[in-house]
Design a protein around this ligand. Sequence first.
Ligand SMILES: Nc1ncnc2c1ncn2[C@@H]1O[C@H](COP(=O)(O)OP(=O)(O)OP(=O)(O)O)[C@@H](O)[C@H]1O
Length: 124
Amino acid sequence: MSGWRSREVQSFRYALTGIIGALRRERHMKFHFFAAAIVILLSAWLQVARMDWLWILAAIAGVWVSELFNTAIERTVDLASPDLHPLAKAAKDTASGAVLVMSLFAVAVGIIVLGPPLWEACFQ
Ligand SMILES: Nc1ncnc2c1ncn2[C@@H]1O[C@H](COP(=O)(O)OP(=O)(O)OP(=O)(O)O)[C@@H](O)[C@H]1O
């Protein structure tokens, strides 16, 4: 493999290691993983429209990305400020806030996209 390609493969491996590491160590990441699996199975079962799949996948990716950034910020803060510090708290709480915003968006997408067909499948 050429130098450029082996560097690309190596970078891809580092990124994958980051995702797998977060999945192994972070309980919130595990929760997001199982929630995404359930939502994808439910969407397939309900045969949601192609455009609705885009909303579902965007919401899942958004939650994962925000949680990965949150984890990265938590690790960096722990490294830079092992002792308690108000700025460390502000950084961690702000990063958690980003996950909360994205999660609320994902819940809204779930209700709007999956709510009506789920209601129909269960009660009609
Ligand atoms: N170095 C620090 N200085 C000040 N406050 C901190 C520090 N580290 C964590 N905190 C605060 O303590 C609380 C709990 O932090 P912790 O990192 O355990 O959060 P968590 O959301 O429970 O994380 P986890 O995803 O690891 O379960 C948060 O409000 C956070 O801002």
